[in-house]
Structure formats: C-alpha cells, structure tokens
Design a protein around this ligand. Structure first.
Ligand SMILES: Cc1cc2nc3c(=O)[nH]c(=O)nc-3n(C[C@H](O)[C@H](O)[C@H](O)COP(=O)(O)OP(=O)(O)OC[C@H]3O[C@@H](n4cnc5c(N)ncnc54)[C@H](O)[C@@H]3O)c2cc1C
Length: 407
C-alpha cells in the first residue's frame, strides 16, 4: 500500500457526500446517477475536458448497457447516431464465415466511439445538471479510506494549493494507471493477472469501413481485425510482438499487412487512409478482489483490465458504475448500506465471465500464428465448433454480446 501523506489542514477542506476520482465512462456514469438523485459529489480528473472528450478507445457497447443508459436518460445522442451491429465475420484459410450473433442471442452491439459517450456524459453532468467537476487536478491522494470519514486531497492546477475534500465514500474510477487501487490493503487484496504474451498495433484510419461488421482475420502471419467506428473512421488491429515500436510500422507496411491478413476471395478491398492513431498495446488482463475496502469502491479499469480482444472493458466499466451509482444513492439517501456492502460480490461474476471469454477468444484469434501446432490445432477446432454446432454458436453469441446471467 502506498504510504499516505498527512491530509492538508482542515482550513482548506470542503465536504461532500461522494468524491469520484476519474472522469472516464465509469466515473461519469456514477456522477450522473448521483446528480440525478441530488446526492452531492465532486468529480476529480487529471486531464483537461478537451483531452478526455477526444481520447480514442472503445467503440462497441453491448445492448444491455445501452438500455441501462437509456433508462437513466444518458443515451439520447447514442441512440440517434449509433449503428447497430449484429454480425461478425471470421476470415481464415482464405475463406470468410459470417456469424449472426444477433439472431442467436436477440441482442446487438451499438457502435459509438468512447469519446462521444464521454462527451455526452460530461455535458449531461456538468453543463445540464451543474455537477462539480474539477479538471487538471494533480497529485491526488486518498486518506482514511478504512474509516467512515475518508477524504481526498489534490493540488489545484490554478493556484498550486493543496485542497482536501472530506466525504462519506470514494469512487475509484481512475482507470488502469490511476492511484486509487494502491489504497487497497495488499494483505486483504488479491490481484489476479494474465499476460497474453502478445502485442496489438492499435490503429485508427481516416478511411470508411470496408465491411458492414467486425472482421476477425486469423492468419499464420498474425491476427488482424477491422472494426467500424464511424462512416469516416475505422479501427484496425495487427498482432505484433509485445513492446514493439509503432515506428516499425510505417504506412506502407501497415496496409500491406492488413491486406495480407484480412484478404479472402470475394471480400471488398480495404479502403485505405491516413493513420491517425498508431500505438502498441501489450495484451494483459487483471482482476482486483475485492473491489472495495472501507469506504473506497473501485469501478472500471481501476478494478479490472480486459485487453480489448473481446471489446469488454468499457462495458464492464459501465456495469460496475451502474451498480455503484445506485448503491451510493441508497447509502447517501436512506443510509441503506446493502448495495455498498454487496457491491464487489455483485460485480465480480460478470467480470470473471468476461475475462474468461476474452482469454478463450484470444486463443481462437492467436493460436494459428503462435508457431505452436498444438495451439493452432486447438484454435481451429474451437472455430469449427462455433461455426458448426448450434449449441456452441449460441453460447459464443451470448458471451460475445454480454448476455450473461450473474452465474
Ligand atoms: C484501443 C482500445 C480499444 C478498446 N475498445 C473497446 C471496445 O470496443 N469495447 C469496450 O468495452 N472496451 C474497449 N476498450 C477498453 C475501454 O476503453 C476501457 O475499459 C474504458 O475506458 C474503462 O473506463 P474507465 O472509466 O474505467 O477508465 P478510463 O476510461 O481509463 O477513465 C479513467 C479516468 O481517470 C483519469 N485519471 C487517471 N488517474 C487519475 C488520478 N490520479 N486522479 C484523477 N483522475 C485520474 C484518467 O485521465 C481517465 O479520464 C478499449 C481500450 C483500448 C485501449
């Protein structure tokens, strides 16, 4: 556990009911739920508003999450603008196989870039509802999280002064690189990790989608994927060595590899365009258990990271945030602690279903290029099973779209 510095003096202290650390999808959803229930809260974010409204990341939101946002009045623009996807395509051994998961599960994905969702949630919280959000804060520290009087301190970016906010609870929504996770006592916390041992070159191309669905290209040279983001922008991924330098991937090499790994007879040629994002992600996952200690509750990537193999991270962040927001409202409004005390246990079944599915899918996508004939044979067997067995196809479809019960 990080050694906490003493909190600043009471003279600079303020009081609120809940401090939310991090204005990503998780923190903003919690903030909106609290604001709608008139629970006082302060949202702290290290970056600027402009930065978080443009940071490109996720794009696929599962239908249950969209409906939950809709019920809370948080999905107006999403429902107007998002495209619904209900099919994906596997390309391997020179052939293409459509997989209609919408028909099998009754659920769809909504394609809506994460920066648009973040923009909508900031507008709703800060502009429409007058919520308190402080951007650009520095050196955030948590204090006394194991008591009923925790506090959060930070440096004000304008004055350079330390500020302290006393509260009843802290929502740790500061993502994979935040500070809140370090306040969980290591003796009562387990961190389960899985490193896939591969990298993905994550690309955003200023080019229209070249297919009407997600395309998974399974190829001996490495996995590749195509995912629509908007009519003008497409996300692509290329498997690469972990820690690879994006500069090893000039424009020509990127497009040659994408063509090589995604081409099959009869497929539309890839529409090429300028690469506006190019970075290497090392594929790893972790889960922190329990997701709470005292009056600190983690939500989203701060509690669990899912490599973007199955497009699960933002969906899990929303699932946590919806549960945490409601539990905080019950606690702050009626003193009902039931939701908060059961929060971690309520989140973890879905977290583990998604983690296991990501790991399973990772083997399907990367076995062929692993160089290990056993893994390659197993990956091909899995693919044949989901394409050939109706029961296996339905099970896959339900996990892929997140239609999982809390088993
Ligand atoms: C390339 C890529 C593609 C992806 N695609 C998908 C997809 O299609 N579907 C999907 O579901 N998921 C996807 N994900 C994962 C998804 O983006 C994350 O799971 C999601 O952003 C998690 O939301 P969050 O709110 O928990 O954390 P974040 O979005 O990381 O937000 C945390 C916030 O906390 C702030 N912060 C950090 N430290 C501090 C601090 N000390 N104090 C205050 N604030 C702090 C950060 O600036 C940030 O704004 C993808 C991820 C990547 C990288």
């Amino acid at each position: 556990m990080a050694v906490p510095s003493p909190p600043p003096s009471a003279a600079s202290a303020q009081r609120t009911r809940v401090v939310i650390v991090g204005a990503g999808p998780a923190g903003l959803t919690v903030a909106n739920i609290l604001r709608a229930a008139s629970v006082d809260c302060v949202l702290l974010e290290t970056e600027s508003r402009e930065f978080i409204e443009q940071r490109p990341r996720a794009g696929f939101i599962e239908e249950w999450a969209v409906r939950a946002l809709e019920q809370r009045g948080l999905a107006d623009r999403l429902l107007e603008q998002a495209q619904a996807h209900s099919e994906c395509e596997f390309r391997f051994a020179g052939e293409s196989h459509r997989f209609r998961y919408g028909e099998l599960s009754g659920h769809r994905h909504f394609v809506y870039p994460q920066p648009l969702l973040v923009t909508d949630l900031v507008r709703k919280y800060a502009d429409a509802a007058g919520g308190d959000v402080r951007f650009g804060v520095r050196d955030v520290e948590l204090h006394a999280v194991d008591t009923d009087r925790p506090s959060v301190s930070y440096t004000d970016p304008e004055t350079g002064e330390r500020r302290r906010i006393d509260c009843d609870a802290i929502a740790g929504c500061d993502g994979a690189r935040g500070v809140t996770r370090a306040s969980l006592p290591p003796e009562h916390t387990t961190v389960a990790r899985n490193d896939h041992g591969i990298g993905w070159l994550a690309l955003l191309a200023e080019a229209p989608p070249s297919s009407d669905c997600v395309v998974f290209g399974i190829h001996p040279r490495g996995f590749a994927a195509h995912m629509a983001r908007s009519p003008q922008v497409t996300r692509y991924y290329l498997e690469c060595p972990p820690g690879d330098d994006p500069d090893n991937w000039p424009h020509e090499r990127v497009w040659a590899e994408l063509r090589g790994r995604l081409s099959v007879d009869g497929a539309r040629p890839l529409a090429e365009g300028r690469l506006i994002e190019k970075r290497v992600l090392d594929m790893h996952n972790y889960v922190v258990e329990p997701m709470a200690c005292g009056r600190l509750y983690l939500a989203g990537d701060s509690a669990h990271l899912a490599a973007p193999i199955a497009a699960k991270g933002m969906n899990l962040a929303l699932h946590d945030a919806l549960l945490l927001g409601d539990a905080l409202v019950a606690y702050c409004g009626k003193g009902d602690d039931t939701g908060l005390s059961g929060y971690s246990a309520a989140c973890l079944p879905r977290v583990w279903q998604y983690q296991e599915f990501s790991q399973w899918l990772s083997e399907v996508l990367h076995g062929t290029s692993s160089g290990d004939p056993f893994r390659a044979g197993s990956a091909a067997a899995r693919l044949r099973r989901i394409l050939g067995s109706p029961a296996a196809a339905t099970a896959f479809a339900e996990l892929y779209i997140g239609k999982v019960a809390d088993y």
